[in-house]
Ligand binder design. Structure first.
Ligand code: BGC
Length: 417
């Protein structure tokens, strides 16, 4: 039995045992994967908001960015007839569950709060299915960020790299100085999340769209994709020997503690810096992956409400309403590292990285440079995303060379559709 299968069986058994304890009437049971220090701090903002309204919180955490493990647990819960009240979900997973008729209709709440007017089009595409709101958007994250230890950059005379060649030169300087350049977590979703940025930087926006949104075979099997794998191979040479299996937040800690120079990761990494009391521009730097300054590859966390057999429950309504309130959108996202899922929230409370994130998102949306992240469930449905993970991780772990990886990618994506 391979590790993936074992993991799936373990989480499924866990899900069934937890499922036996159903949420009380005055509680919400929330399935999510926010388990790191920064994530837990952000989640507390939501818990406290609900508790102030007399609504209890039954926590159901299942770690794993991209939500693959959480979705395995969810399927087990739904199969056993004990769907949680609310579930953190990304992109195409929301559409899948809505198409299966499992999600409650949030249209009345959406109309009361005017969601149609304030939630960006790119998010509505995943939150509204057949004209029906089925989930409450919490935030917008983006994956094409680099998080760097400022002291290490300064000590080694490194400027923020703006091109691939500058990034490679910076990594060479760091290595020569005995510093691990790249803090990398060794899990398929993390390698794939970094690869999203490399593909965008290598091929540009039209190529990214052709490969990861349109799933065009020619793009997936092209020399440009091969070059992107070559570049991923270069990144692999800049990782420490103990990366295998490492959680993303432990990789972030390496940057925070000065054990590595930088991490390529979505802006949930900022939540870890903030939680450790670190300040952008003083302790750490945030910048777009070189070659992707105009693009934003996004993912949006949403809470889908599972139909509990009838109308939306008062607790579900309170949760959805709390999530979309402008105050919550600011307070939560300041801590989480993401930016608001409403276009009308002020950036005043946000730090420099958050302000940049908000400005970048608006600019990218306006210039046709906003794309769903493939690794984070906003490029293609889960089967394709998981096929992508498999190929990228096999390459990263030395099973394929670039030429083979490209052939395998075309095959895996075609089989998964
Ligand atoms: C989610 C983030 C989360 C990250 C790591 C991503 O899939 O969108 O909210 O912080 O995974 O757990």
């Amino acid at each position: 039995m391979n590790i993936q299968t074992k993991l799936k069986l373990t989480v499924a058994a866990f899900a069934l045992s937890v499922g036996a304890a159903q949420a009380n009437d005055d509680q919400v049971e929330v399935l999510h994967w926010w388990t790191s220090g920064g994530e837990a701090a952000a989640l507390n903002v939501l818990k406290e908001d609900l508790e102030s309204q007399g609504i209890g919180w039954q926590d159901m955490p299942v770690a794993g960015g991209g939500g693959t493990e959480a979705m395995t647990v969810l399927r087990a819960r739904v199969t056993s007839g004990t769907a949680p009240t609310a579930v953190q979900m990304l992109g195409f997973d929301i559409i899948d569950w809505a198409n299966q008729g499992s999600l409650a209709n949030l249209n009345d709440i959406a109309a009361d709060q005017g969601w149609d007017e304030v939630v960006p089009e790119a998010l509505q595409r995943f939150a509204k299915v057949d004209g029906q709101w089925v989930s409450a958007p919490v935030n917008v994250h983006s994956v094409n960020w680099v998080w760097a230890n400022k002291a290490i950059f300064d000590e080694n005379g490194i400027e923020i790299p703006t091109t691939w060649d500058e990034l490679v030169a910076a990594m060479e300087t760091l290595k020569a100085a005995g510093v691990t350049p790249l803090a990398q977590g060794g899990q398929p979703w993390q390698e794939a999340t970094m690869f999203d940025s490399i593909v965008m930087a290598t091929g540009g926006p039209e190529f990214y769209k052709a490969a990861f949104i349109d799933l065009d075979e020619e793009a997936l099997g092209s020399d440009t994709m091969k070059e992107a794998f070559d570049r991923l191979g270069v990144m692999r040479e800049n990782v420490d020997p103990n990366f295998s299996g490492r959680e993303w937040n432990l990789a972030t800690s390496m940057v925070i503690n000065g054990d590595a120079a930088f991490q390529v990761m979505g802006d949930w990494a900022k939540g870890e810096f903030v939680n450790a009391g670190k300040v952008p521009g003083e302790d750490f730097l945030c910048f777009r992956f070189p070659g992707t300054t105009e693009q934003v590859m996004f993912n949006a966390d949403q809470f889908a409400m599972f139909d509990q057999g009838g109308e939306v429950s008062p607790q579900q309504a309170a949760l959805a309403t709390a999530i979309l309130s402008p105050n919550f959108q600011s307070a939560f996202n300041v801590v989480k590292g993401s930016v608001p899922a409403r276009t009308d929230v002020s950036d005043e409370a946000f730090d420099a990285c958050g302000k940049q994130g908000m400005a970048d998102l608006a600019a990218a949306a306006g210039s046709g440079n906003l794309f769903g992240s493939m690794a984070q469930g906003h490029g293609a449905p889960a089967a394709v995303k998981n096929a992508y993970y498999d190929v990228v991780t096999a390459f990263f772990n030395g099973e394929y060379d670039s030429e083979t990886a490209v052939v395998e990618l075309v095959d895996a994506v075609s089989i998964a559709q």
